[in-house]
Write a protein that binds this ligand. Structure first.
Ligand code: SAH
Ligand code: ZN
Ligand code: ZN
Ligand code: ZN
Ligand code: ZN
Length: 488
C-alpha cells in the first residue's frame, strides 16, 4: 500500500503500539459495503484513508493490501473515482502481466520431473531462483547455477532460495534453527497433528522434515505464503500461494478448497494455525483474514464444539500486544523470544546480541506451554506460566510484568510496572525537545509520537497521562534533593 513504514527496522517503534498509524494511513470499511474492491495483482485492494495532521482527510482510496511500497505495486484509485473502459482494460492487462511466469499446475509438473532426474542433472539457477530442467540449461548458461541439488536440499527450500530482502513489502525473516525447532517440538508436545503455516515457510519445511525423519512425527503441514518461488517445491496439497492481508488465494477455488479441507479434516480436531506476518503489516486486515480462516475451520465443527476456538500462534513484536488483544481478547503473549537467522539485530548469539522483541501470541493457556530452562525461562507458580529469568514477579501488580525481557520496576505514581528506560527518562531532560526523553532519542524526530505514551495522534503536551508524569518528575526531584541533603 501507499504508506511507507517498517516497524521491524524501526527502533522507534518500540514502546509505541500506535506505530502502525505513523504514516497517518488507516484501513477503513467501504462507504458502500456492496461495492467490490478493485483488483490489483495481489487480489482485492483495501480501502484506506489518509489522516493529515490536525485535519481529517475524508477522501478514501484503494491501494494494494500486500505491498507497502509503491515500487512493488503502484495501484491507486480514489473510492469515488470512475474509470474509463480503456483504463479498466489496461489495468486488467497489467494484472495479467504480473502473474508468475509458470502456472501452479506447471510448477508441479516440473517438480515431479525434477525429482526423477539423476543428481548430476539437478540444477538450480540462483540468478532466477528457479529449478532447472535439462531443456532450460541453455537459457541460464550465463547465470549462477548450483549443481547437484540433493533431495535434502530440495526439502529445505528456505535455504536454497535467497530470503526476499525487499524491506517494505516482503522482507523474509527466517527463524533461527533453535526457535524453529522449539516451535516444532511445542506443536508436537501439545498433540497437534496438522499445522496451517501462514507465512512460515521454514517452519513448514521443518515439520515436514520431522515427519519424514526416523522418528516419524506424523504432523502434516500446509503452507500459505505469497512467495510464488515456493510453488516449485511443493505439490498442490502442501502449498497455496496466498495473500494474508485480503485472504486471497492466487490459484482460485481449488486452492481455497485445499485449505478448507485441511482445516476441516477430523472435524477440525488437532489443527493449529501458526503465522509470522511481515511486521510492517497492519494488524487490522490480518485480524480480519484470520477470522475468515477461523470461520472456515468452524464450519467443519460439530454443533457441541461451537464454543471451541481454533488454536493459533501469531508471532509478532511485543509492542503490538494491545492491538492484537483488541481483536483477539482470548490471546495472551508468551515470554518466549523468537530469534531469526537473517536479521542482524534480532539474531541470538554472542555478537551483537540484542533481545528479540518478537513474541508468540496465543489462545492456548500459557500454563500448558513450557519454555526451555536452558534458554533462560522459569516457571512462575503465581502467574502459572513460564517467564524469562529477568521478568520478576511484582507483588503490587501480582504478575510478572516485564514485556521486553528486561527487569521492570514498579512505579507507585503510575500504579504499574514500567520499563527501565521510561524510568531513566525522568532524569534526562532534553533542552532541544524541551521535554523528557529516552537518553539516545533523536531530537524532533518528525514521525515520533507522544514522548509519554508513544501514541502518535497527539504530542506530550496533550497526553492524557501528562499529569502522572509531572507528578512523577516532581517526586523524583524531591527524592534527589533529599539524597543531596543526606550526603551533605
Ligand atoms: N519466520 C518465518 C518467515 C516469516 S517472514 C519462517 O522462518 O518460516 C514473512 C513471511 O510472510 C515470508 O515468507 C513472506 O513471503 C510471507 N508474506 C509476506 N507478505 C505476505 C502476504 N501478503 N501474504 C502471505 N504471505 C506473505
Ligand atoms: Zn498489489
Ligand atoms: Zn537463470
Ligand atoms: Zn509471576
Ligand atoms: Zn508492579
Amino acid at each position: 500500500m501507499a504508506a511507507s513504514r517498517d516497524s521491524f527496522e524501526n527502533e522507534e517503534a518500540e514502546g509505541s503500539e500506535g506505530s502502525q498509524a505513523s504514516s497517518g494511513v488507516q484501513v477503513v470499511l467501504p462507504s458502500d459495503p456492496g461495492a467490490p474492491a478493485p483488483l490489483c495483482p495481489h487480489g482485492p485492494t483495501l480501502l484506506f484513508v489518509k489522516m493529515s495532521q490536525g485535519k481529517q482527510e475524508t477522501r478514501k482510496f484503494y491501494a494494494c493490501s500486500a505491498c507497502r511500497d509503491r515500487k512493488d505495486c503502484n495501484f491507486f484509485q480514489w473510492e469515488d473515482e470512475k474509470l474509463s473502459e480503456a483504463r479498466l482494460a489496461a489495468r486488467e492487462a497489467q494484472n495479467q502481466r504480473c502473474r508468475p511466469p509458470l502456472s501452479r499446475a506447471h510448477c508441479v509438473e516440473r517438480y515431479l520431473m525434477f525429482i526423477e532426474l539423476p543428481l548430476v542433472q539437478r540444477k538450480f539457477c540462483q540468478s532466477c531462483q528457479q529449478l532447472l530442467l535439462p531443456d532450460d540449461w541453455g537459457e541460464h548458461r550465463e547465470h549462477i547455477v548450483l549443481a547437484d541439488v540433493s533431495i535434502a536440499q530440495l526439502r529445505r527450500p528456505s535455504r536454497l532460495l535467497f530470503p526476499l530482502e525487499n524491506k517494505k513489502t516482503n522482507a523474509q525473516y527466517l527463524f533461527a534453527d533453535r526457535s524453529c525447532q522449539f516451535l516444532v517440538d511445542l506443536v508436537s508436545a501439545l498433540g497437534f497433528r496438522r499445522v496451517l503455516c501462514v507465512g512460515t515457510p521454514r517452519l513448514h519445511e521443518l515439520i515436514r522434515l520431522a515427519a519424514s525423519g526416523e522418528k516419524k512425527s506424523n504432523i502434516k503441514s500446509l503452507l500459505l505464503d505469497i512467495d510464488f518461488r515456493y510453488s516449485q517445491f511443493y505439490l498442490e496439497d502442501s502449498f497455496c500461494r496466498y495473500n494474508m492481508f485480503n485472504h486471497h488465494f492466487f490459484d482460485g477455488k481449488d486452492a481455497l478448497e485445499v485449505c478448507r479441507a485441511f482445516l476441516q479434516e477430523e472435524k477440525g480436531e488437532g489443527v493449529i494455525m501458526v503465522t509470522d506476518p511481515p511486521f510492517g503489516g497492519l494488524v487490522e486486515p490480518l485480524a480480519i483474514t484470520f477470522r475468515k480462516l477461523i470461520a472456515m475451520w468452524k464450519e467443519g465443527q460439530s454443533q457441541d464444539d461451537s464454543h471451541k476456538e481454533l488454536p493459533i500462534f501469531w508471532i509478532f513484536p511485543y509492542f503490538f500486544e494491545s492491538r492484537i488483544c483488541q481483536f483477539f481478547p482470548s490471546f495472551c503473549m508468551l515470554d518466549y523470544q523468537v530469534d531469526y537467522d537473517n536479521h542482524a539485530l534480532y539474531k541470538h548469539g554472542k555478537t551483537g546480541r540484542k533481545q528479540s522483541p518478537v513474541r508468540i501470541f496465543t489462545n492456548i493457556p500459557p500454563s500448558k506451554i513450557i519454555l526451555p530452562a536452558e534458554e533462560g525461562y522459569r516457571f512462575c507458580p503465581l502467574c502459572q506460566r513460564y517467564v524469562s529469568l529477568e521478568n520478576q514477579h511484582c507483588e503490587h501488580c501480582n504478575a510478572c510484568t516485564s514485556k521486553d525481557g528486561r527487569k521492570w520496576k514498579h512505579c507507585f505514581l503510575c500504579k504499574k510496572c514500567v520499563k527501565p528506560l521510561f524510568y531513566f527518562a525522568a532524569w534526562n531532560h532534553c533542552s532541544t525537545c524541551s521535554q523528557c526523553a529516552v537518553p539516545d532519542h533523536s531530537c524532533a524526530h518528525p514521525k515520533s509520537g507522544c514522548f509519554i505514551c508513544g501514541e502518535l495522534d497527539h504530542k506530550r503536551s496533550t497526553c492524557p497521562n501528562v499529569g502522572i508524569v509531572k507528578r512523577a518528575n516532581k517526586a523524583v526531584r524531591k527524592q534527589k534533593q533529599k539524597q543531596r541533603k543526606v550526603i551533605r
